[in-house]
Design a protein around this ligand. Structure first.
Ligand SMILES: [Zn+2]
Length: 335
């Protein structure tokens, strides 16, 4: 008798295919409790790399053919300001995030002040520089064990899908420009710089930014364009908010916080939004996927082409895979 399970009976996690919002919320909930347990009765908590690996695994397991995961050589990691890249796309258009994970310490701190000797710069400046080159939005993914009150202006932008026990706060996205603003304050020794608690409060639960469920305005549109635009609108809001914070702090005459701390890296500082960094909210215009990403969509995952700006993992999430039944009822881990 074969022990191999019948493929028709293979479990699609966690029951049937979840929405992206539902899955991200569940993963955030798991992170929140796992981290809380790690600082409590089940020490020590897992590291950032473990969380990232588990998240990529859940995305792959739960989303089936919607998700393509490409893993690269780990050795290149130390030269990079990013852990992974996430592209949400409809095979021709979409948006990419260059992601650096940071785990909240027991005391509510994050390792933002990380200096990469190999490139003589703060990881944050490299994250932004590399994201610009890669055509991605630079973000931190915070792993949290505490909840906070979302600012009213940010809450209006986000979807309303939350976990009853607030554990959806376990994973939140923060514009890297917010962190850059904080590093400038520290580097220049201004009397009051942005605290880590404030940075956390500027972040937003990832499921609420990347929500793929129909909003009040309705339709997904052909090939998921409505959904992609909704996600892009929230991502642009996050980027605009980070950029505005960076412009509001004293930066001396320095190009970046790395320069303010004596580094001489060749990093450019700019926004993914290009010239559209003012406060005005525009209708998002979907961007064509870069050739590099189109190449990854076609590539053999075991023999992927070399990437100009490497990272450990690239996750490609296809929104066009249509009308399958989506389980909206994925709860949080303990509710
Ligand atoms: Zn949602």
């Amino acid at each position: 008798m074969s022990l191999r399970p019948d493929p028709r009976e293979q479990t699609v996690w966690p029951g049937s295919r979840p929405s992206l919002c539902g899955l991200l919320k569940w993963m955030a909930s798991d992170t929140y409790h796992w981290l809380g347990d790690g600082y409590g009765p089940h020490s020590p908590p897992p590291g950032e790399e473990t969380f990232t690996d588990v998240h990529v695994r859940h995305l792959r397991q739960a989303m089936g053919s919607r998700v393509k995961v490409i893993q690269f050589n780990k050795e290149q990691e130390s030269f990079n300001g990013a852990d992974w890249e996430l592209w949400i796309h409809n095979r021709s258009h979409g948006l990419g995030f260059r992601i650096q994970a940071k785990r909240e310490s027991k005391e509510g701190q994050y390792g933002f002040r990380y200096w990469l000797k190999e490139r003589d710069a703060f990881q944050c400046d490299l994250l932004i520089h590399d994201a610009l080159v890669a055509g991605c939005i630079p973000v931190y993914l915070l792993y949290n064990h505490e909840a906070w009150a979302i600012r009213k202006d940010a809450a209006q932008m986000l979807c309303g899908h939350t976990a009853p026990d607030l554990s959806h706060y376990g994973c939140s996205l923060l514009s890297a420009h917010h962190v850059q603003a904080q590093l400038f304050g520290q580097a220049l020794g201004v009397s009051r710089w942005i605290s880590h608690v404030q940075l956390r409060e500027m972040s937003a639960p990832w499921n609420q930014v990347l929500c793929d469920l129909k909003g009040k305005s309705g339709a997904r549109g052909p090939r998921g364009t409505g959904m992609l635009k909704a996600i892009q609108r929230r991502a642009e809001g996050m980027e605009r908010s980070g950029w505005a914070t960076l412009q509001s702090v004293d930066r001396g005459d320095f190009a970046s916080p790395s320069h303010a701390c004596g580094g001489t890296p060749e990093v450019s500082v700019g926004s993914w939004l290009g010239d559209a960094t003012d406060g005005e909210v525009r209708e998002p215009v979907l961007r064509a996927l870069p050739e590099r990403v189109l190449g990854l969509l076609e590539a053999d995952p075991l023999r992927p082409p070399e990437q100009p700006i490497p990272t450990r993992v690239v996750v490609l999430y296809d929104v066009t895979d249509g009308e399958e039944t989506v389980n909206h009822l994925v709860g949080c881990v303990r509710c």
